[in-house]
Design a protein around this ligand. Sequence first.
Ligand code: SF4
Length: 150
Amino acid sequence: MKIGQLRRRLSKIYSRIPSLECREGCGECCGIHSWSFAEWLVITHWLGKHGRKELKAKSLLDPCPYLDESKKCTIYEVRPVICRLYGVVESLRCPYRQAEKYLKDEEAMAILKELDNLSVKIHHNLLGQKRKAPSRLSSLVKVRLDSFRL
Ligand code: SF4
């Protein structure tokens, strides 16, 4: 699958996520960042196209390295699903802004699973069956949803 096709697939999945206008200069939810393999491909391609490289936080507890000094996301256009879901899932509401509507946990998990399945398929096509499959975002996020439940 070409990167353009992959971006279109991701956009279609993201289009099921309600929108939420973030508070300017907030960045409070930009802590742990993680993405699926499919999103990682798109993000690293996008960074390369903009003359930038992938950054990694030293620890998962550090703020996301793509948050700039004015607390603005510098990869907003290609930000991963976890950033799109925060604030718009019933159990993961933003304390400052109202979303246009809220997804049920099951709907959010269905989106994550779809991304996981797409990632496993692409990983398999690119690297073959011998390489360890990418970790499943849905299991990681389930732990997050459970621990942040309001
Ligand atoms: S990718 Fe952007 S929105 Fe997501 S955690 Fe990092 S700075 Fe925040």
